[in-house]
Design a protein around this ligand. Structure first.
Ligand code: NAD
Length: 467
């Protein structure tokens, strides 16, 4: 695959090899971008601003619908390539592609609804005989940086709203899963003025720094880890920044919860995409009075999951993205076991695979539940009563989503008020639709995505005063 700069495919002699995490087989190569490539991409995006601005909102909307149609014709091919480059199960890759189409459609629709407002200027002293209104205008050049775990939909969550608002884009996908992202940019490029959307693959330091610090960039839209997000805020200077960062989401199971529903939520939330989801359940906080029943059901369901070839439609859990990721999970589970946690099932690594794992007697202070585990692990923290449960739920630096299971409306209200997270879900967990405002509190990020909210963050308003 090649990069896209100023409407043309760009290759380089130096390459990065992409391997299939399921069996380490060769999938493809991508070019290692040079600093000059990054500068060229930024200049192209800057120069393309005029062309984008000259399109009507009606034309922009149609372009996004056309991209939607082009992608839907290639859905299976994209899904298979996601699986081959990330190890995601083919079922989940298809789901990602369905959602990608939805994100495109939502962006096409939303591009016709970018409104300013009239301001009652004559309500202020000196405002007599004066008319004021705002225009919502594009920010300019958006730097879009994405992680490996949802390589297509997270890219579309940045690129499509940016186009909807007539911005231009410099896009840097994760080097761990760049293939579908580059394929997507080719397809988008065919429908847009040259230079409107550019893609770069390469060293995070060299090109990453350039697309964060270059003065021609108006906004950095980043999805990835807390550590990278924090380093970007330090470097970016006076630019708008949106950060969609890591999570350490709790599933809180109160004494009166419907246990079957809570267990089903725990299974989905802990093991989806082998746990490599920002809103995966990373801590299960269970009232001690019902913990034994809950755990028994959870272990029984965890043992039934199929771990194996992600291209097999019957597989529930594929490999982690690479060996380092699998070793990290192995070590962090070992650390918990050395500090008093009890292994109930799983706990084994084979190459890049890690078995679905349930751990009991986890303490809120363990590294396993203080950091983001990003693996198929369900750590149980037993608590006594509501106060301890809510205190434990808030006891990390993260605040992305929280799921709470209770039949009591009063308890649900209290959880909504007291849990410090961007989304609090009642009798649901690990949940996202592509139109909802999505984003975390605390170290989980700042700003919101979800098409309408991303567009708000990718535009600014200009005030017009008519005397
Ligand atoms: P990562 O932070 O390692 O990488 C993310 C992107 O940043 C990649 O494209 C990477 O190449 C780039 N990058 C790395 N260093 C950079 C630098 N110095 N300057 C510019 N760019 C740089 O994250 P990852 O391992 O790919 O993804 C996993 C993380 O992403 C997890 O923490 C997960 O929770 C988070 N995530 C968050 C959301 C969300 O919406 N909140 C969604 C998905 C993933």
């Amino acid at each position: 695959m090649q990069m896209m700069i100023n409407g043309a495919s760009v290759d380089n002699e130096e390459k990065i090899t992409i391997k299939n995490p399921a069996d380490n087989s060769f999938v493809d190569t991508v070019p290692l971008a040079s600093l000059q490539d990054a500068k060229n991409a930024i200049n192209s995006a800057f120069n393309a601003k005029k062309d984008m601005m000259s399109l009507t909102s009606r034309e922009i909307s149609q372009i996004l619908f056309d991209i939607h149609d082009d992608l839907s014709e290639n859905l299976d091919k994209f899904a298979e390539l996601i699986t081959r480059e990330t190890g995601k199960t083919i079922r989940d890759s298809m789901m990602e592609m369905e959602r990608s189409l939805d994100t495109l459609k939502l962006s096409a629709e939303e591009s016709k609804r970018i409104y300013g407002e009239t301001i009652p200027i004559d309500a202020g002293i000196g405002g007599e005989n004066t008319l004021g209104f705002t225009l919502r205008i594009p920010l300019g050049v958006i730097s879009a940086i994405t992680p490996f775990n949802y390589p297509v939909n997270l890219a579309i969550h940045k690129i499509a709203p940016a186009i909807a608002a007539k911005n231009t884009v410099v896009f840097k996908p994760s080097i761990k899963a760049p293939l579908t992202a580059l394929k997507l940019t080719e397809l988008i490029n065919d429908r847009l003025p040259a230079g409107a959307v550019n893609s770069l693959t390469g060293d995070s330091k060299i090109i990453g720094d350039e697309i964060v610090t270059n003065a021609l960039i108006d906004k950095v839209s980043f999805t990835g880890s807390v550590e990278t997000g924090v380093s970007i805020t330090k470097k970016a200077g006076m630019k708008k920044i949106t950060l969609e960062l890591g999570g350490n989401d709790p599933l809180v199971v109160f004494e009166d919860a419907n246990l079957d529903d809570a267990v089903a939520a725990a299974v989905k939330g802990s093991y989806l995409n082998a746990g490599q989801v920002c809103i995966a359940i990373k801590r299960i906080i269970v009232d001690d009075k019902i913990a034994d029943d809950f755990i028994q059901k959870l272990v029984s369901m965890s043992r039934k999951l199929n771990v194996g070839d992600p291209l097999n439609p019957k597989t529930d859990i594929g490999p982690l993205i690479d060996l380092n990721a699998a070793l990290y999970v192995e070590n962090i589970v070992k650390d918990a076991l050395n500090n008093g946690a009890e292994l109930l099932c799983g706990g084994k690594r084979e190459g890049n695979y890690y078995q679905p794992t349930v751990l009991d007697e986890v303490s809120p202070k363990m590294k396993l539940v203080q950091d983001e585990t990003f693996g198929p692990v369900a750590p149980i923290i037993r608590v006594n009563g509501v106060d301890e449960a809510l205190k434990t739920a808030n006891n990390t630096r993260y605040g992305l989503q929280a799921g709470v299971f209770t039949e009591s409306i009063k308890l649900a209200r209290r959880a909504v008020d007291e849990i410090d997270a961007g989304t609090v879900l009642i009798n649901k967990s690990t949940f996202r639709t592509d139109n909802m405002p999505f984003g975390g509190f605390k170290m989980s990020g700042m700003g919101k995505e979800g098409v309408k909210y991303a567009i708000e963050d990718m535009t600014r308003f200009k005030l017009v005063i008519l005397g």
